[in-house]
Design a protein around this ligand. Sequence first.
Ligand SMILES: [Zn+2]
Length: 320
Amino acid sequence: MTEIEVNQEEWLEDFDFEPCEEISHVEEEALGTRAGAYTGSVQNAPGCSTMVANGLSQQLIHEVNLMIPGVLVSFDDLNVNLGNAAYPFLQPQAKEALAKAIRDRQNEAGEANRNKTLRVNSTYRTLVQQYLLYGWRGGRRGCPYGLVAPPGRSNHQGGLAIDINDHLGWRPHLERYGWQWFGNRDKPHFTYRGSGTKDIRNHAIKAFQRLWNRNHPDDQIAEDGIYGNNTASRINQTSVKGFTIAPWDTEPRLLRVSRPMTEGSDVIKVQEALQAKGFDIFPDGLFGNGTASIVKQFQEREGLVADGIVGSETREALFT
Ligand SMILES: [Zn+2]
């Protein structure tokens, strides 16, 4: 893995370490008090949950996947128990290895192992999440975060990290398939060290820079994947809901019930289309169970597979 360049002295410190357990714990606690209705800029986002910027985070994940197709894949189809602030995305090789480790533990003799479900508290962290956490570090804005890596420098920006519970129980199984335990300093943290992966931490930054430029033709910034003041000031100005021109305008994504909840302008368009087709739905941009059940009704009416997921066939039926 190569380190990305940083251009400010404070960031020259070695940030290969973050206290993951503490960050996950504070984040989980903060979820209950988050200002869900906030729609302003990142700069004024109320603390202390990064889910306040769920809309922008989802755009950043999708944009990374436009830059390197399929580099971040969801693992919410594996037998895992996901924390509420965890975006369940890993690079495909890491996901495959995680699936093997889970099977490995399940196959091991003894009832004690058979019923263990892997609890994952944190995985992929988007640039804006890291930006918020970094801004809230050391008790700033009343948020009890301690040490946090600067944006672009976290192990959680590479799609190769997980923070889990029961690290002792899982360690032998994860290590068998290329997942390395960080050690006592950061007990819940494992990093995938197997072959075939890419260092995509700078892509987390570049994804934001590309989206900014696409939306601001008169205020172009360098798309260099380097985090500095130019990028930071643009993150500040961006809406927590994301950009007007979204990455799914370039290439649609699968819309389905997920955690964190699928959110965005593409969801609004689907909800408006359902409304226009006579369904009783309020376009709020959030793809929850209510929206999924109306999608199912629509699919049944159209003779499609009624799975509540908006893929290419359902999209075509909705928009033609
Ligand atoms: Zn971690």
